[in-house]
Design a protein around this ligand. Sequence first.
Ligand SMILES: Cc1ncc(COP(=O)(O)O)c(C=O)c1O
Length: 394
Amino acid sequence: MPDTKAPIPLLMTPGPVPVPPSVLRALSAPIEHHRTPAFQKCFDRVIGALPAVFQTKNRAFMHVSTGTGGMESLLVNVLSPGDEVAAVVSGKFGERWADMAEAFGAKVERLDIEWGESVHLPTFTAWLEKRKPKIVLSQVCETSTGALHPVREMAQVVRRLHPDCLFLVDAITALGALPLPMDQWDIDGVVGGSQKAFMIPTGLSFVALSERAWARAQTAKCPRFYFDLRAEDEANRRGETGFSSAVPLIKALDVVLAEVATFGLPLLYKRIATLAQATREAMQILGLRIFPSTPSPSLTAILVPDGIDGQKWRSVLETKYSVVLMGGQDQMKGKLLRMGHMGFIRDPDLITAITAIVHAGREIGWECSDEKLATALKTAREILSETPSPWSET
Ligand SMILES: Cc1ncc(COP(=O)(O)O)c(C=O)c1O
């Protein structure tokens, strides 16, 4: 039996993210069949609205899968076994995509980047000059470290050195959270995930391909079935999904996309950047450092000071203050607190999270004065007031 008296946790993780009441209502609607005229209309609206999020004139697709499924979709649709794939590996998710490409028979070359660092363009250029890749893979934001990569400039380097090479980006914590105009920046493939800036639960992934990538998809030799975008494209053109649709998730997405359309993507990006700035300035006042050298607006990875146990910090935050943050992974386990800035986050949520970080930290031996906390909260409130939450409260 679930504990009905337990407080609803304040979810401040970089995915899944908190969702607005309108999304919760859409998710609790009676079950509808996916092959009905009513749902078909909803599907048509959503699939028609998706390219604007990618800022592409091409079609965008969705899969019933987590983000990793979307990464697989992009890859298997354009890869042929034996292809050389150049993969940027700057954390957990870069490793995953490189491993996946290897599993599908690619000859993978990795550009290993120290965790917390972003791609250094001269190094990236020199590394690519020595190779003849068919595909280059990178995260936009490496969520395990919070680092943002300069994908716009990386796309230019790829195009200049290897005109036919495809540049695919994992934008699971970037799409909808920060500007990423794929056509304008000449990016060949972008993948996003529903539990991030799309603000609905986990279970849908989104992909879009450039014309160059779509042409490659027609001849690529990698076996594919569930993620075969050629079949999905045919189904979508009939107003259907290839397989059963995740009806509640798509209906919830319809609600989110309709609301975003009322205020526009630029304001969404600005609000997320504002939450990030308020968090970072507050952390600096508290004496806490930010881990990545170039942080993404979508999340902040806070370095846990030496001698303090980050896992304990997280656990006290969760059990005593009902504030959920993520920790570090692998080599950064116990050394990071990762806070997301995507989703339905109101000003008081961030103020509560900052206050709880201080109180929980003090309980495990970290020192921080009341004065510092008061200044940090005042600064955060001032920054937040510049871009209020655009989301409807109901
Ligand atoms: C950058 C990035 N790539 C891939 C993934 C994997 O997505 P999922 O857990 O939905 O499969 C995540 C999840 O957090 C991510 O942040």
